[in-house]
Design a protein around this ligand. Structure first.
Ligand code: GDP
Ligand code: MG
Length: 264
């Protein structure tokens, strides 16, 4: 089994993931221990969690070596959680995934192989295991983003992404994006700096516990309604990013230290 020479930061945003957070943290820790000699695990929590997720994360911080919690206080946005992860990561390689067990950390080996040839390697879901309505919405989102930003990425918001530090350091994050559109900001920055992007197929599993923050009501095989607020926020984010890309007032706004995402 190959042991990797580079150091790695793995961060996971967790909001109301009481039944998954411990298993996710332990699986990531066991995997990293077996492959890396220099690594850190960051759990990005929010005071908005109502099911005890943050308390469990703090207990895990005492139990699991190299794991620390970065709490975002009352701020509550998926994009904010990702920015906090990127800004608090200290290692050469930076990887993030979700905290609901819909991905298998062992498939990071596939991305580690590809990172030898690219500066960014992102996993695309070979088969998305979510209700049909989410699959349609995601298809529409990907087609829209590819068209608006002339991107040729298969799974833009797929939460299984590995970056070299130089790519993350090059991003001047817009401070107020709230949704997955922040992933587009990362791809565009990488492209702008001539960094190379590779994609690798990974498996995606049904969510076993909890419910996605982005959905209302119970989900079925087909039915899953995305909150109108999330759709509106994604449209606003797209417009803000478009303005930034076209130098319309957006520009490079965020500066690292003044941003609430950098909590420590
Ligand atoms: N810290 C933090 N984590 C979040 C937030 N929203 C979602 N997450 C986490 O981000 C991951 C993806 O969210 P999920 O609802 O599963 O999205 P989906 O897979 O696209 O349906 C999960 O691990 C969530 O717990 C947030 O506002 N703050
Ligand atoms: Mg999920």
């Amino acid at each position: 089994m190959e042991r990797y020479k580079e150091s790695i930061s793995v961060f996971v945003p967790v909001y109301n993931e009481r039944d998954s957070v411990r298993t996710v943290a332990e699986e990531i820790s066991d995997y990293l221990k077996s492959r890396f000699s220099d690594y850190e695990i960051l759990l990005i929590t929010s005071d908005k969690s109502t099911d005890g997720t943050t308390e469990i994360a703090l207990a895990l911080e005492r139990e699991i070596p190299h794991l620390r919690v970065v709490n975002r206080g009352s701020d509550w946005s998926y994009a904010g959680a990702l920015r906090t992860g990127f800004k608090n990561a200290k290692k050469e390689l930076i990887f993030f995934t979700d905290g609901d067990r819909q991905f298998d950390i062992h498939e990071l080996d596939l991305l580690m192989d590809a990172i030898k040839r690219f500066d960014v390697v992102t996993g695309y879901k070979i088969k998305r295991n979510d209700p049909l309505m989410r699959i349609w919405m995601s298809w529409l989102y990907n087609v829209t983003m590819r068209t608006v930003f002339r991107l040729s990425i298969r799974d833009i918001n797929g939460a299984f992404k590995l970056y070299r530090r130089k790519v993350v350091d090059a991003v001047h994050f817009l401070p107020d994006l709230t949704q997955g559109v922040v992933n587009v900001e990362m791809y565009l920055t990488a492209r702008e700096h001539g960094y190379t992007i590779g994609e690798v197929g990974v498996h995606h599993f049904h969510r076993l516990a909890g419910s996605p923050d982005s959905e209302i009501g119970t989900r079925g095989k087909i039915i899953a309604f995305v909150r109108p607020h999330i759709i509106l926020e994604s449209l606003k984010d797209t417009y803000k990013l478009w303005k930034k890309v076209h130098g319309w007032g957006g520009g490079t706004q965020s500066t690292v230290s003044k941003n609430p995402d950098k909590t420590q």
